[in-house]
Design a protein around this ligand. Structure first.
Ligand SMILES: [Zn+2]
Length: 286
């Protein structure tokens, strides 16, 4: 399996995988979606009863939404996660009691009238854990309404709940393939060149030439193929798909860097296959 990265930003990655099979690429996709972990808010404690500000004004701990709905929205807020640093509570050396390696506590203290945003969540301690996407609206507070919330974020993965799934829009398609049949006589070759995305095909010295296939990546190759007319039953240019080469792309919700998500998924696959290999060697020895 060979991997060529085409695009890599903090939240987005696209790469070409060559010399592989559809089941292997699908395994990578499933691992990316279900196994790559992130921190997400899992427990929310609402202050009940009146809330007072510094001037002694009293507010109701209340809002237009049920507490359950606010909790659900809090669960979906992308929490910045360094997957090298954080670990699952059940695997943590604190034995699940909660420590800076497995738990983040946020406080949200807002008084109406206002809109409460994800950026109002204040981490206890390390300010680098402040939510990066600050403008996700959570709830509106009216006059005399207030919220005082303690929210606990822990590590999880997509197998348990979608809120722990940092990888989104994850998918792949077969790599395009262009076959040129220069024995087919074409009246207006530039018309054929113009059908394909710019830069793919050229017509020089009476023959079609493939210049660069990259503009066809992530495009619907069968659509372009359907646009090319056949002459006496044969097409001058045929667009199809490679069987063992794919374009893979995914995004993250901003909690985990795209590069870290990919590395994590590849490592986990490698560990699992290594375990399998060790167990199989045990069968030989038995
Ligand atoms: Zn811990």
């Amino acid at each position: 399996m060979k991997l060529f990265v085409r695009e890599l930003t903090d939240n987005r990655c696209s790469f070409v995988v060559d010399d592989t099979r559809p089941d292997i690429v699908n395994l990578l996709r499933r691992t990316m979606v279900t196994e790559v972990p992130k921190m997400a808010i899992d427990e929310v404690e609402f202050h009940m009863g009146p809330i007072r500000d510094e001037d002694g004004n009293e507010y109701d701990s209340n809002s237009a939404l049920f507490d359950e709905m606010i909790s659900h929205r809090l669960g979906l807020v992308p929490i910045p996660t360094d997957i090298e640093h954080f670990t699952f509570r059940e695997k943590c050396e604190c034995n699940g009691a909660g420590c800076p390696h497995c738990t983040i506590i946020y406080v949200l203290n807002k008084k109406g009238p206002c809109t409460v945003y994800s950026g109002d969540l204040q981490p206890l301690g390390d300010m680098s854990l402040k939510v990066k996407e600050e403008l996700i609206p959570l709830v509106k507070l009216k006059e005399k309404q207030a919220l005082l919330i303690y929210a606990t974020a822990v590590m999880g993965n997509g197998k348990a709940h979608a809120k722990w799934q940092p990888v989104t829009v994850c998918g792949y398609m077969n790599y395009p393939k262009v076959k040129i049949n220069n024995d087919v006589q074409v009246d207006d070759p530039q018309k054929i060149v113009a059908i394909l995305p710019k830069g793919v095909l050229d017509h020089q010295k009476g023959a079609f030439v493939l210049k660069d296939i990259a503009p066809l990546e992530k495009k619907d190759a069968s659509f372009y193929d359907s646009q090319i007319p056949a002459i006496d039953g044969k097409k001058p240019v045929e667009i199809g798909y490679e069987e063992n080469k794919f374009v893979f792309s995914f995004e993250t919700d901003g909690s985990v860097k795209a590069k870290d998500a990919l590395k994590f998924a590849l490592n986990i696959l490698s560990e699992r296959f290594e375990e399998l290999r060790e167990q199989l060697s045990g069968i030989d020895e038995a």
